[in-house]
Design a protein around this ligand. Structure first.
Ligand code: 13P
Length: 247
């Protein structure tokens, strides 16, 4: 059985000064949710604070990005070792906003995945097609290419995958549970070819893209959807708590 994993990607939201109270409330409200992994991925400047507020709780903390070099003259970047050192356990890698606005390539994402794994940080490897690609009917080709290029030489058992169709991110247009399930199954079948059946069956694949309290239950009811990567709805206590407590 794959353990459900629900992550809140705050993106570039919430000031450090409004973060502690928010996280302390979440810790209290979710203290009995022990049968699932709960992650918070705040901006870098709030990471230490969130790690501290989550100490001793069932909530884990992750970053939204890393740089692939170990250390050195890379002004403005943050290394995987630094994140690990302050108590982060996960990092999102290859989010579509990084691909689109910061020109991250499959090759860079591959290096980041390897770097994260090498220091014991669990990457959440994001992939997904754009709207034009789905309209052209090439969404599987796109996802397959991102998958094979991104995962070159990466140990599958050390990562989580997030399927986030770009057209569903921040738009309110969620993929139907059936469409999402179809792609998750395709990803799992592809992983079986690239790796093997056992690894493909055990890797967790989250869905991301306009996940809300009113669609989480039907998404999580799909056999190949193991969790959610939640953007906007993770910024509000009530909606994030309801999503974590999917039925
Ligand atoms: P929304 O939930 O705001 O659509 O964002 C999804 C996402 O990009 C999570 O990483």
């Amino acid at each position: 059985m794959r353990r459900p994993i629900i992550a809140g990607n705050w993106k570039m939201n919430k000031l450090p000064s409004e973060t502690r109270g928010f996280v302390e409330s979440l810790v209290k409200l979710l203290s009995d949710a022990h049968d699932r992994d709960i992650l918070l991925m705040p901006p870098f400047v709030s990471l230490s604070l969130v790690v501290d507020a989550c100490q001793g709780s069932n909530i884990k903390v992750g970053a939204q990005n890393i740089y692939f070099e170990k250390e050195g003259a890379w002004t403005g970047e943050v290394s995987a070792d630094m994140l690990k050192n302050i108590g982060a356990e996960y990092s999102i890698i290859g989010h579509s906003e990084r691909r689109q606005y910061f020109k991250e390539t499959d090759e860079m994402i591959n290096k980041k995945l390897k770097r994260a794994v090498s220091v014991g940080l669990t990457p959440i490897f994001c992939l997904g097609e754009r709207e034009v690609e789905r309209k052209k009917g090439i969404e599987r080709d796109v996802v397959y290419q991102q998958l094979t290029r991104g995962l070159l030489g990466v140990e599958l058992e050390k990562i989580v995958i997030a399927y986030e169709p770009v057209w569903a991110i921040g738009t309110g247009k969620t993929a139907t549970p059936q469409d999402a399930e179809e792609m998750h199954l395709f990803i799992r079948e592809s992983l079986q070819k690239i790796y093997n059946k056992e690894l493909a069956e055990s890797v967790r694949i989250q869905y991301g893209g306009s996940v809300k309290p009113d669609n989480i239950d039907s998404l999580m009811a799909q056999p190949d959807i193991d969790g959610a990567l939640v953007g906007g709805a993770s910024l509000n206590i009530d909606s994030f708590v309801r999503i974590v407590r999917f039925k």
